[in-house]
Design a protein around this ligand. Structure first.
Ligand SMILES: Cc1cc2nc3c(=O)[nH]c(=O)nc-3n(C[C@H](O)[C@H](O)[C@H](O)COP(=O)(O)OP(=O)(O)OC[C@H]3O[C@@H](n4cnc5c(N)ncnc54)[C@H](O)[C@@H]3O)c2cc1C
Length: 435
């Protein structure tokens, strides 16, 4: 039987990336009793992964970690929130325990994940997500001397290529599907963000020896037991490149499953929030990538606003609105620059698996007209990842929209699903800062 524990907070934050950390710090510094829960073993989210901040963000990250400690935020790492059994209560599962977390106000800062698009050979071992491979190298995967093709779309590709090269990998090429014209417009728009220009120039220097091609994408990965090579398309010509790894991701998709489960309104794929980052559910705020993919600066700003508003400091929150708007414009520019070209819809062959958890090939999905019908008839999206990979892919390939999210939002142990909250007087409803 798992250990069962209960914690009560004024403000509970789900997600320990930059947005969640900023929200927790701002709420706690205003006197609220704050808990922050994350499934990873350490705070930091994707960019400050493993609590070992690197690169440009080191100083910023260390400063935030010091504030987490000073403000006495309760840190609950290694626990994944999977269910809301009752209003104001969430359940989180750890390796051998389950936690009942009660709150007056909630901040959802669940981040984003990479988008993957299926192509022949994408299930061959050593074909990985770009950010996924970077995370594995950060966790100790040896990459010295390995040949890695980096492909897909979005600024993450450049960051990953620079990181892998710095750690001894040979990166022969970065294939970016966006055209030069869009990239040029993106460059011009960066004039508004001097910090981004500095970051971009540094990145460009770090990848200066790598061939960077636009209008280019992977057509197929070859190999059986392990990856041997990939074929890329570049301006209409095909080229086969030998490699040990393919690091491939098509920008990011927001993690909106938990917000959706809690009843938060989702619009155009993102969680809808008001000026104070409050969702359509009173007392529930959302910050960072689930409201828009805009990078670490936007996540930090939204997190601060959410934390201040959740602890009743509206005027402090209001003071940051202008800066947030600037980075929201950056998020819109990112969306426009790295939107997917239609040619990518025809990468999969009839045999290509789209749902790799349930082995559902493209040809079987073509028989259906909606995500729901495909799920019912093929089990697409019903495996361990619960549609987190094939859902965004089918949204792009077939323009299907996922329907309702059901608990648990992540696979959980059966005994934990049976847990029901112990009867106790509910915590009074949130006050202040919640319109
Ligand atoms: C794979 C990947 C790699 C990236 N690498 C870089 C990089 O190298 N450089 C860069 O500039 N940007 C990178 N980014 C982008 C970066 O994540 C954003 O710019 C920004 O930092 C996001 O901050 P956030 O707090 O909104 O989300 P995140 O940093 O993603 O944090 C969200 C956190 O919520 C947690 N979480 C989600 N759901 C639950 C749940 N149900 N229960 C418990 N915990 C939960 C996650 O474990 C995660 O720690 C990467 C993104 C991804 C997806």
């Amino acid at each position: 039987m798992n250990k069962y524990s209960r914690e009560r907070f004024d403000v509970l934050v789900v997600g320990g990336g930059p947005a969640g950390v900023a929200a927790a710090v701002c709420a706690a510094e205003n006197g609220a009793h704050v808990g922050i829960v994350d499934e990873n073993p350490n705070l930091g989210g994707q960019i400050w992964r493993a609590g070992l901040p690197g690169g440009d963000h080191s100083a910023g990250a260390s400063n935030w970690y010091a504030r987490v400690r000073a403000a006495r935020v309760s840190v609950l790492c290694g626990k994944r929130v999977f269910h809301q059994p009752d209003a104001g209560i969430l359940l989180a599962e750890g390796a051998d325990d389950v936690c009942e977390l009660s709150y007056r106000s909630l901040v959802l800062a669940t981040g984003a994940r990479e988008r993957f698009l299926p192509f022949p050979g994408w299930t061959v071992p050593n074909v990985m997500g770009a950010g996924g491979l970077q995370a594995m190298v950060k966790s100790g995967l040896p990459i010295q001397g390995k040949r890695v093709v980096v492909a897909g779309t979005g600024p993450l590709l450049l960051a990953v290529a620079a990181y892998l090269q710095e750690h001894g990998a040979e990166v022969p090429i970065i294939c970016e599907q966006a055209p030069w014209t869009k990239l040029a417009r993106f460059g011009i728009a960066m004039v508004r963000y001097p910090g981004k220009i500095t970051q971009g120039l540094k990145l460009r220097r770090n990848i200066s020896g790598i061939r960077l091609v636009m209008n280019s994408w992977v057509i197929a990965a070859h190999g059986e037991q392990v990856l041997l090579s990939v074929t890329i398309s570049h301006a209409g010509t095909l080229e086969q490149i030998k490699c040990d790894y393919l690091a491939c991701g098509f920008h990011l998709v927001p993690n909106t499953e938990l917000p959706a489960l809690l009843g938060c309104r989702i619009r155009c794929g993102y969680v809808q929030v008001d000026d104070f980052q409050q969702t359509s559910v009173k007392g529930t705020f959302c910050a960072g990538e689930p409201t828009g993919i805009g990078g670490v600066e936007l996540s930090l700003l939204e997190g601060q606003i959410a934390g201040l508003a959740a602890s009743g400091q509206d005027s402090g929150a209001r003071a940051i609105f202008g800066e947030r708007e600037k980075f929201r414009r950056f998020a819109r520019t990112l969306d426009d620059t790295f939107c997917l070209r239609s040619e990518l819809r025809s990468l999969a062959s009839p045999e290509t698996l789209i749902c790799r958890c349930e082995d559902v090939p493209y040809s079987r999905l073509q028989e259906h007209t909606s995500w729901r019908a495909a799920k019912l008839h093929t089990r697409c999206g019903m495996g361990p990842c619960q549609g987190r990979i094939c859902g965004p892919a089918t949204q792009f390939l077939f323009k299907w929209n996922p329907d309702s999210v059901r608990p648990p939002v992540f696979p959980a142990r059966v005994e934990n699903l049976a847990v029901s909250p112990v009867d106790e007087p509910p915590i009074p409803a949130a006050t202040g800062g919640l319109q």
